[in-house]
Design a protein around this ligand. Structure first.
Ligand code: IPD
Ligand code: CA
Ligand code: CA
Length: 256
């Protein structure tokens, strides 16, 4: 098995999950996991579709998925990290900015990433050391150097309380950036930096399945991810600062 084979399998699984999400679009019901943190039948059905497709091909691999999927196999060096629907709030409201995210780790290192946006039929992909692609065409981050030229996405977690530090952080960046947005899909935000549509993104409340595929895609496109304070990124630590790799990165480190 090559990394290309893993990518082909992830591509098929992500597209199948997209079909499932479209199918559930008119009939899901919504449950709150916690205040404003939503989940629907579509999240579970999409995860089941991905899991069963990948498990059939790779019965010896481990799996970690947002909706209660945790199969770690002692003897396997491979682990799939799955967010079947990143951007559930957007999905619920029909705001077309959500995606399926599938990453693959080998010996704790990301080697394959796929993010599929079923609303635009856009598939972002990367294999370690082989570049990043959107629907098969090579992608690169923007060339903007300064924060006052940058479109930045900031994250405020669902259900945030008044006076939370995440709100203060957002307010601190606004006067310095050209534009600050909040969009609701970490996976797509990372792919949008990778493809030059936005220039930076930060968050302090992410899980491995939000980041795994997108971080690899951004790295392979030539972008940069660290922790918010500039220390090395860690998939199992909840904060991240991702940029096009230009000095915007250090400007944001200071503000965050
Ligand atoms: C959420 C999105 C959002 C981020 C939240 C995540 P979900 O994922 O990635 O951008 O701010 O922290 O939980 O719940 O829609 O899969
Ligand atoms: Ca998510
Ligand atoms: Ca999710």
């Amino acid at each position: 098995m090559t990394n290309k084979d893993f990518l082909t399998a992830a591509d098929a699984a992500a597209r199948q999950a997209g079909v499932v999400l479209n199918d559930w679009q008119k009939r899901f019901s919504v449950t709150e996991k916690s205040r404003a943190n939503l989940v629907t039948e579509a999240d579970f059905a999409a995860q089941d579709a991905i899991h069963s497709l990948l498990k059939k091909q790779f019965p010896d691999h481990g799996f970690l998925g947002e909706e209660g999927l945790n199969e770690s196999l002692e003897h396997s060096d491979y682990r799939w990290i799955i967010d079947p629907l990143d951007g559930t709030s957007n999905y619920v409201h029909g705001f077309p900015y959500y995606a399926v995210s599938i990453g693959l780790e080998y010996k704790n290192e990301l080697i394959v990433g796929v993010v599929f946006d079923p609303t635009r039929d856009e598939l972002f992909t990367a294999i370690k050391s082989e570049g990043a692609y959107l629907n098969g065409s090579s992608i690169k981050p923007s060339l903007y150097e300064r924060l006052d030229q940058a479109m930045v996405i900031g994250s405020i977690p669902p259900g945030v309380q008044e006076n939370d530090e995440t709100l203060n952080r957002f307010l601190r960046v606004i006067p310095h950036a050209q534009t600050v947005q909040r969009t609701g899909s970490a996976a797509l935000n990372l792919c949008y930096i990778a493809s030059g549509r936005i220039d930076a993104y930060w968050s302090s409340s992410l899980k491995p399945w939000d980041m795994a595929a997108g971080v690899l895609i951004l790295k392979e496109a030539g972008g940069k991810t660290t922790r918010m304070n500039g220390q090395p990124f860690d998939l199992y630590t909840p904060d991240l600062l991702s940029t096009n790799g230009h000095p915007i990165h250090s400007e944001l480190e200071i503000l965050l």
